[in-house]
Design a protein around this ligand. Structure first.
Ligand SMILES: C[S@@+](CC[C@H](N)C(=O)[O-])C[C@H]1O[C@@H](n2cnc3c(N)ncnc32)[C@H](O)[C@@H]1O
Length: 161
């Protein structure tokens, strides 16, 4: 919270992890903006798996979850393309949780230069065998930039830039 920059979650689904993070850091009383994204819907053309509550109405429900936090910006769209329209210039915290290796790498490539030194990048599914494709894509992404992902006991991956 002491770093320059805003916060990003790609992606938020029902907004539960974003809400927990926002409450934990007392976002309401901070000068940071938390940008959270999702498709909020799913169809058979999408490579990643569906989740039960994706569908009409979820976008509105997630916005309602953050009604009391004007500094949370909930955006519906496809990552990375939507980042052209809505994204902070500087990022102090990035949570990546798309269960989708291609989109996760696209987000990292798009946002990497905006992540400030000292910022934490949390890769939600990094260590889980079911999402092995993500680790296999993310290890070389970070190695090429001189970083190694720390695998946490939760299965998450952590990089501090
Ligand atoms: C596991 S859920 C996120 C859960 C949330 N972070 C939490 O813990 O409460 C993964 C989400 O990624 C979204 N997603 C996957 N690929 C995406 C993409 N290319 N652009 C935007 N959202 C995407 C899905 O719609 C899904 O809601």
């Amino acid at each position: 919270m002491g770093l320059d920059g805003d916060m990003v979650e790609a992606a938020c689904y029902k907004g539960i992890s974003a809400r927990i993070i926002a409450d934990y850091v007392d976002l309401k009383n901070s000068d940071k903006t938390f940008y959270i994204y999702d498709l909020f819907e799913h169809d058979d053309t999408m490579v990643h798996h569906s989740l039960p509550e994706l569908g009409v109405g979820l976008f509105e429900q997630v916005k309602a979850r953050f009604d009391d936090l004007p500094n949370v910006i909930v955006t519906k769209g496809f990552i990375p393309q939507i980042l052209d329209e809505v994204a902070p210039e500087k990022i102090a915290f990035l949570h990546i949780d798309m269960n989708n290796a291609e989109a996760e790498i696209a987000a990292l490539e798009y946002l990497w230069d905006r992540i400030v030194p000292g910022a934490s990048i949390v890769l939600d599914d990094y260590g889980w065998l079911a999402y092995r494709a993500q680790k296999l894509a993310e290890d070389p992404f970070f190695a090429a930039r001189g970083y190694q992902v720390l695998e946490l006991p939760t299965g998450q991956g952590l990089v501090i830039k």
